[in-house]
Ligand binder design. Structure first.
Ligand SMILES: *[C@@H]1O[C@H](CO)[C@@H](O)[C@H](O)[C@H]1NC(C)=O
Ligand SMILES: *[C@@H]1O[C@H](CO)[C@@H](O)[C@H](O)[C@H]1NC(C)=O
Ligand SMILES: *[C@@H]1O[C@H](CO)[C@@H](O)[C@H](O)[C@H]1NC(C)=O
Length: 254
């Protein structure tokens, strides 16, 4: 199974970045973020966990001039701009987190990101082998089952909560295409030296010398170029399958 990206996304990334610079005013009043290490920008630093996410966060397209504060350090009026509740290692089971506590507190525009092709991460390929395929197909089949149901959930929520709008971002679709057209040539190995036990970067090591040619930063997390691609197409869909029923830009305009 190919895990690939396409070039015209790079063009839209640049134009979106410029648009936010020019407008200088956020498109929505505040922005709350929930999820795992893919979005955690510092919440776990003081927790007793190896799932730390102590790197600077990457970019945003909705026009905020600073990053949404992590819950761990948000104070006072910070909350008016939103809070990032992402926590490395979080999940949807009761044991790992709760996510339906939100509508009751006033959330009305919700973008839900489906799972990406976890079976294509260097970590999973290393643990399971690919059996001659490009990725661990068994895991990607499960990803598809999960995402199909997730999309149904979005339909149900939109039906049951008519004054709110939920959208589904198809990360699988966004990351399908030929990665070499945006310069990514290494899709199956991490850019940094990873710990064999955690799959995370070992501190104070020199990373690969051109990170924009790598799809993965460590054994599980995409590099900036791959993240920017997902962010840009989630915000501004390039194909009808990228975002359902529409993209974040339109969600923000409602
Ligand atoms: C590997 O491929 C063979 C042949 O398609 C299949 O029978 C087997 O179940 C696969 N094993 C795994 C672990 O996916
Ligand atoms: C997401 O996109 C993939 C690849 O195009 C497609 O196979 C899958 O059905 C889509 N999933 C959903 C839930 O729309
Ligand atoms: C890194 O790779 C990208 C994509 O191939 C290329 O455009 C860029 O010039 C490279 N940068 C360096 C410093 O080699």
């Amino acid at each position: 199974m190919a895990y690939e990206l396409r070039i015209w996304f790079a063009v839209s990334i640049i134009s979106l970045a410029l648009q936010s610079l020019v407008h200088g005013k956020p498109q929505v009043p505040c922005y709350f973020i929930f999820g795992d290490s893919l979005v955690d920008n510092g919440n776990n630093n003081a927790l007793q966990t190896i799932a730390k996410v102590n790197y600077l966060p990457y970019g945003q397209l909705l026009g905020f001039d600073k990053f949404i504060q992590p819950f761990a350090t948000a104070r006072g009026s910070d909350i008016l701009m939103g809070v990032n509740y992402g926590s490395g290692g979080a999940g949807i089971r009761d044991e790992t987190g709760q996510q339906l506590t939100l509508y009751k507190y006033g959330a009305r525009k919700v973008a839900i990101f489906g799972l990406g092709l976890i079976g294509c991460t260097p970590g999973e390929i290393g643990s399971h082998g690919t059996n001659g395929s490009a990725c661990v197909d068994m895991i990607n089949n499960d990803v598809k089952l999960f995402n199909d149901q997730f999309k149904c959930l979005v339909d149900d929520l939109n039906k049951d909560l008519p004054d709110a709008q939920f959208i589904f971002i198809n990360v699988t679709q966004i990351s399908s295409g030929d990665p070499s057209v945006i310069g990514i040539t290494v899709t199956n190995a991490p850019c940094c030296t990873v710990s064999p036990t955690t799959g995370l970067c070992v501190a104070n090591q020199v990373p690969c010398n051109n990170r924009s040619t790598f799809e993965f930063w460590d054994a599980f997390h995409p590099t900036e170029i791959a993240n920017v691609l997902v962010g840009s197409r989630a915000y501004n869909a390039q194909t009808p399958l990228d975002a359902y029923p529409f993209d974040i830009r339109r969600l923000a305009q409602l």
